[in-house]
Structures are given as structure tokens and as C-alpha cells.
Design a binder for this molecule. Sequence first.
Ligand code: C2E
Ligand code: MG
Ligand code: MG
Length: 704
Amino acid sequence: MSAPKHSCGEPMPDSFYRRIVDNDGFGILVTDLAGNIVYANPHLCASTGYALEELIGQNRRIFQSPQTSEATFREMWDTVLAGRTWHGELFNRHKNGELIFARITITTLTEANGEASHYLAVIEELEAPLAFTKVAGSHPASPDNLTGLPNRSSLIANLDELLSTSHASGTGFALLCLDLDRFHAINQKLGSIAADQLLLEIARRISAAVRGNDMVARIGADEFVMVLNGMLDKNACDDMAARVLEQITQPVTIDGHTVEVTGSIGIARYPLDAGNADDLLGAASLAQGAAHSEGGNRYHFFDPELEAKVNAHQDVSNHLRHAIERGELRLHFQPQLSLASGQVVGVEALVRWQHATKGLIPPNAFIPIAEETGLIIAVGEWVLREACHRAKEWQDAGLPRIRMAINLSARHFHFSNLPETVAGILAETSFEAKFLELELTESSLMRDPGKAIRIFDQLKSMGVHISLDDFGTGYSSLAYLSRFAIDRLKIDQSFVRDITTNPVNASIATATIAMAHKLGKVVVAEGVETEAQMNFLRRHDCDEMQGYLFSRPVPADELQQMLKDGRHLDFGEEPVSEPQNTLLLVDDEQYILHSLKRLLRREGYRILTAGGGVEALELLALEPVQVIVSDQRMPGMSGAEFLSKAKELYPETVRISLSGYSDISTVTDAINKGAIWKYITKPWDDEALVQEIRTAFRLAHQRE
Ligand code: C2E
Ligand code: MG
Ligand code: MG
């Protein structure tokens, strides 16, 4: 630094300036261009807790705190490096970890030749902004030191005060409890320093989102509380919660990386939901848990039923621990049949819990809880062992050697040494791997596809089969089907349920079958309950089926008996025989069906009749039909609607609408879309109708 001069041009002695900066009421810091401290005045040493010797040679980052946003630093350096003076406010850190909020001026000191030599910072301590008010006496490692927000005890103290003033004035307020979703994983991925910066940014955004007189506190690592003064109105709370969620989900840049977080908010209101601080926090936290378990990135109001649900959940999770040891789990088995032969080719093992007082509990009531609590690994291993053991027993008894399928939860698939466990249990039960099939859902594969492929390879090399369960309910990704060595695909029962009445689901199912076959996979339909569904699936080349039509899941001894008896489905000679001319008549009026049948009896058609659209669609699934004659006005499904569905499901049929003159306007749309070939009015001319139907059959045969 060149020596300064006083007004008359004579340099003042250095000691004079030294005295000024040394005695200044502001902190003064000089660093070289690399940020190494070359001078700090006594005021700065005192206010930061360092001795001068401790500071000289240290980098200025010693004062830096993550509370200052990256954007502030960027702006500061852009200004200084451009040769301008920067003024701004930021947080510094005291030697003991506490925060110091300060107004800072930074300027560049230059040599006589104009080249930068040092940076000079003048630091003036300020009161911290409200949202970052420190809590006196807090431990440096407590959350308060990171964000400067009030901690739990100070929140409770403030809440108590607010409760008494609200009580006195007859007003209310809302308390929002926010927890970041999957913060633990983010923390592990980013490291604690970056995670701290993320938390700070979240704290800043929450503080900015609430109103001036609201309070924000941090009561756990990633848990924040907002107290919204005077806000009781549900819509206002809705708006605020949505605003906070929107703010925190905006991407955060940390060390050049973009991080995205979501959060779950629980809302409780005073005096509506609780009368004291602890209960209010408890209620909000319960609601927050509900928001989280519904998938996160949402908010949930407290509701007294939640408490009951949580208790039931707690009850299940407590008792499930002992259920395995006490031998309260049971396996039921549901047969899987070949749609070509009608024989049982496999069974699916489905777990149940025989509860001492509650009876038989279905898996949906405890498997999700077992997944949450980690008990699923123990449950899954029990199921695997028991299923292999049973299957081996049946084989040893000389029964047909069928496949045994068991369900595997995503958590079990990813978080344990599954291939080893499977190999161990197969060896222990002397059950051959080629008879074992593991059912997985798409979500298990999505979690960590790389790892999933490795596990797949290990299992496949052992000879174990793998099927994709509930296909159609998740991503239904073709990429996954081709990428993973899946042997079979199970079409979810939600598609099968209305396969004969919902053209969209029917198309999805038939397209899935065709696509899976192209990829060399076997297709199993789940939840087949009616003969119509089964015939539809057979006609569309589905390989296997499972469902109540043949059998519900049954206990081991019943299944064993079923195998012993050789129970199967008889499809007859040619399952879906094709008589030449089948006509389907649909009308809700019996006498019309009757007179049509009489009129057409000499034509030699095979005539089917249905009293409505749904029944007609069932018949279409069961029998091949070439020509359909349908009434328009029927209760439930209209004729036009039925014929439109019939067109989508069975485009080769020739469809005739039989309706009164007044119905023309309601069928024009169906006519225009090609769902109806001919429109014949009631009352009809006998001879003309017979002719039209003959032409329709000729047309149908041309289409074949
Ligand atoms: P899932 O693997 O898709 O099993 C098929 C479910 O559909 C079974 O319900 C079965 O009883 C039911 N089902 C079968 N045929 C029909 C039918 O024709 N109509 C209707 N409406 N339902 C039918 P369940 O036994 O209650 O099991 C429900 C789910 O629980 C299973 O769905 C599976 O995801 C899970 N689960 C069952 N056992 C286990 C297990 O041992 N481990 C794991 N991780 N999950 C299991
Ligand atoms: Mg299954
Ligand atoms: Mg399923």
C-alpha cells in the first residue's frame, strides 16, 4: 500500500493512521488478493473473539457463515472484481460459532500503478433481522446456530404467550409444521455442509413466505414451524401452506449443483384442534405425518380421526413384531391356470395374519406398515421359507410339480442381500430354484434400476423366475419390460375387471398381451372373476389366469387337495367354436326380443338375446357374433353407447340400431362415428328387416 498523504501533500506518519484504524468503532479487515488476512483491527478481534495472532495468515473464510446466500457472495465479488466498492449485509461467524449480522463495505486497495494489491473490509455490526433472531444461551451445535431461528423451547415459550393473549382476546391462530421429504437421503448425498446451506435457504424462503408478524422456528434438523397469527380461516391456511410448499420446491443451487426438495406440512389451529402448545404441536405433527405418508409434497389439516388411525397403525406395528415369533402368519395359495389346457400350472402365496382377537387380517392391512417399519424383511423371509417348504412337500407327495410364486416388497428387494437369502432358503428346503417365482412391481425396479439389474442377474443365474406384478397400475413402461429379464407379466385386476365392457381397458390389455409376447414374456391375467373375462382373454391369446372364477386363495391343505383331485377348467373340444351365423338381439322389452326371434327363426341363425348393454357385452366376450341388432332406449347403457363399445371391442361385427323416430337425434353421433351400420325405425317392416339382416351377414363374412 502506498503511504497516504494529508491535504497539504505531506505524508502523515504511519502511526497516525494506525491509531485511527486501531481505535475505530468499526471492524477493519485487510486481506491480500488470495483472501489471507494481513491486518485486523482490535475492534474486529474483540467482536469475533479471535486474537490478532490467530487471524494473521488465516483466510478470511474463517468468518464466513453459510447463512449468507451464494447469490450475495456472487454479487459481492462481481462488484469488487469490477473495481467498485460493495456495500451489503451478511452473516459472519464468531469464534464460538455464533452469528454476527453485519453491514460490510469492501473495496480494493491499489498500488501506485493502479494494480490491485489488497482488499479492505469495514464491518459494522447490526441487530440480526427478525427471522434470524438468535436464541440466547443456545448450544453452538443446536439448530438455532445454523439458521438463527428460534428453537423448540423458545417456540414453546412464545406459543404459551400467544395462547394466553389469544385466549384473552378470543382470537385464534394456525400452526404449520413442515418437514422436508427425504432430507436424510439429501443430507447423505450432499454432505452436511451443503445440507446446512440448503436448510438455510429453506429457512430464508419460509421466513419470506410468511407475513411480518408471523413466527418461524426450527425445531429439528429439517423441521420448521410457522405460527400464523390470527389466521384461523381454512382457505387462508390453504393458501399459506401452498405458498410455502411452492417456495421450497423451487430448485436451490449449492456449490454449482441444483438441488430440489419437497416438504410435507401439517396444520393445526388454536383453539379448534388443541388448547396448549404441546398438544397443538402434536396435532400439527400428526397431520404432517399424514401428509408425508400420502407421498409428501402436500399439506394436511389435523383431524381427530388421524389420531385413531395413527394409534391403529402403532398397534399393528407393535404386535406384528411378535406375530412372526408367535407363528401368527399364515400363507394362502391361489392357483394359476393355463388358458390353453385349463390345468393348474402354479400358485401364488399370499400372506395373512391370524390375529388372536381380530381374526384373519388381510395383507393390505399390515404389509404397508411392515414396509414402513422394516419388518417386511422378516415377513418376506418367513413367506419365502414357508412357501418353498410347502411346495417341496407337495412335490414330495407326488403332486404335479407346479410353480410357487411369492410377492416381494421393494424394500426387501433392495435392502437386503436377497440373492443370498433366496439361495440359503432354497438349499435349506431342498426346493429347486426353477420352480420359484418372485413377483415384483415396477416401482421396485424404478428405485435403483442399476442395482435392480444386478440383483436380477444374480437371481436369474440361480434359475429363479421373476414376474412383474400389477402391470398397468404403475408406469407400465415398455423400456422396463425389455430391459429386465422378466419371465412373466401379470396384468392387473383393475384392467381385467371391466375388460368386457370398457374398450379402453380392453385395448390396453390386448395390446399388453401382444407386446409382451413380442418380447418373449408369458402373460398372466389377475382377478379373473367371470367366464366372459376368461373367454375374452383366451381369445386374445393370454397365457394364464388367476382369479376367483377358478378359486380364491385357500389354505395349504385345501390347495393340496385341489392338486390331488386334479381340479382344472374344461375348455371342451374347441374352446371358442365359431358357428356360422350368430345374431345378437338386444332390447330391454322381452316381447320385442320374442317377436324378433319368431320373425327370424326360419333364417337358421344362432340367436342370442340380451336385456341390456352390459349383458350384451358379456355375451360378446363369450361368443363370436357377426351381427348385432340393438334397441336404442334402454335403462342404464343406451343402445348407441353399447354399439359404440361393441364397435371398439369387436370392430368386425355389423351393427344395426332399432329405434323409434324420436330417437334419431341421440343415435346420429354413433352413426357418424361408424358405430352403427344401419338405422331401422320401430315399428319395423318385417320383410325389410329380414333383408337387412341377411345383407348384414353377407357383409360380416366379407369382413372375416
Ligand atoms: P397381489 O400380489 O396383486 O395379489 C393378488 C390379490 O388379488 C390377492 O389379494 C388376491 O386375493 C386378490 N385376488 C385374486 N383373485 C381375485 C379376484 O378374482 N377378484 C378380486 N377382487 N381379487 C382377487 P390379497 O391376498 O389380499 O393380497 C393383496 C396384496 O398384498 C397382494 O397383491 C400383494 O401385493 C400383497 N401381498 C400379499 N402377500 C404378500 C407377501 O407375502 N409379501 C408381500 N410383500 N406382499 C404381499
Ligand atoms: Mg402378486
Ligand atoms: Mg397383482
